[in-house]
Design a protein around this ligand. Structure first.
Ligand code: ADP
Ligand code: TRP
Length: 325
């Protein structure tokens, strides 16, 4: 059973949605499965980020977040997507068995259109690159947040279509893995937390930055002394960090009145900072050793390529590509 997943290095630090939707599962699955591959999707970030220096810095920051969160390079193969350029060849190959209609139905693409973005071809074919990532490593299980489930389903369609077209089971069919209960983490404005909405709470930023984000959670204007129903983004975020008894206790204090949203935010801030403290320390330790981080990624790329090369080769063989095989 091979586990495979990645996160894009876009402008901001990784946030609570990335952690509860993805990274937390990455770390847990590392203990359960002997073969895990985790990567930083820097090619994918090119559909939005147009600054090379910034991409390199973001990639390094995201690598630190992964390592801080507990991705263990002794167990997981940890690498940067663009260190394995074979994935772009597979993207082309898969694009030739992908109907336009399939891509037109992709939620991420439709969302970009509805936000008024001018989509580039890269954004349109984003799910093909993602499928190439997954299929190049014969992945079985793909831990993602709810919003990425459709992309994994599209990957299955592309794999089946290729296998069927060329009459051989070249690609394995992957399954999405979504942990129940933390499928969609709300942002500070109540919408899905996302780097592109500017509503994030960073997971491993300085306490000051975390505080600023937590204090910015939008609530209604019920005065402090009035009773409050324990619903909405603030309470949903609280639930991610508190056990059942703590949540019930908060709910009854809120309903009783006299507890302001500001107090609840302070409590939440304390929980967030405590929860991530060991990870923040581990991140800081890696931050002091940039050469080690580079070595970890270089050795991850080498191991990843050893898996990818034969898969691509078998794909080229059945497709009749190249002059030698
Ligand atoms: P963003 O939307 O901030 O750009 P990404 O698309 O890079 O985040 O997502 C990386 C991973 O984190 C994916 O597996 C995605 O499903 C997960 N994820 C992102 N935001 C959330 C959220 N608000 N709730 C749950 N999972 C999320
Ligand atoms: N599209 C994913 C996201 O936005 C990132 C990603 C790229 C990915 N390739 C992948 C996730 C392969 C899992 C498997 O979060």
């Amino acid at each position: 059973m091979r586990v495979f997943a990645g996160i894009k290095p876009t402008n901001d630090a990784l946030h609570l949605g990335n952690y509860f939707g993805a990274l937390r599962q990455f770390v847990a699955l590392q203990d359960e499965h002997p073969e895990t591959l985790y990567f930083i999707a820097d090619y994918h970030s090119m559909t939005t980020v147009r600054d090379g220096k910034q991409r390199r810095a973001n990639t390094h920051d995201v690598a630190l977040d992964y390592l801080g969160a507990g991705v263990d390079p002794e167990r997981a193969i940890f690498f940067v997507q663009s260190d394995i350029p074979e994935v772009t060849e597979l993207t082309w190959i898969l694009s030739t068995v992908t109907p336009m209609g399939l891509l037109e139905r992709a939620h991420a693409y439709k969302d970009a259109l509805s936000k008024g973005d001018t989509p580039n071809h890269g954004l349109f074919s984003y799910p093909v690159l993602m499928a190439a990532d997954i299929l190049l490593y014969h992945s079985d299980l793909v831990p993602v947040g709810q919003d990425q489930k459709q992309h994994v389903e599209m990957t299955r369609d592309m794999a089946m279509s290729f296998n069927h077209s060329y009459g051989e089971e070249i690609f394995k069919l992957p399954e999405p893995y979504i942990l129940k209960g933390s499928a969609v983490v709300p942002g500070t404005d109540g919408k899905k937390m996302s780097k592109s909405y500017g509503n994030t709470i960073p997971m491993l930023a300085t306490p000051k930055k975390t505080q600023k984000a937590v204090m910015g959670i939008v609530t209604d204007s019920t005065p402090m002394e009035d009773p409050k129903e324990p619903v909405g983004a603030l309470f949903d975020l609280y639930k991610l960090f508190a056990d059942e008894a703590q949540c019930e206790n908060l709910a009854s204090r809120a309903r009783a009145g006299g507890l302001g949203y500001g107090h609840i935010k302070q409590e939440l801030l304390g929980l967030v900072l405590d929860y991530f403290e060991p990870m923040r320390e581990r991140r800081a330790a890696f931050e002091k050793r940039p050469d080690d981080v580079r070595d970890i990624l270089a050795s991850g790329a080498e191991r990843a390529r050893a898996i990818a090369a034969p898969v691509l080769e078998s794909c080229r063989r059945v497709a009749g590509l190249g002059t030698t095989s």
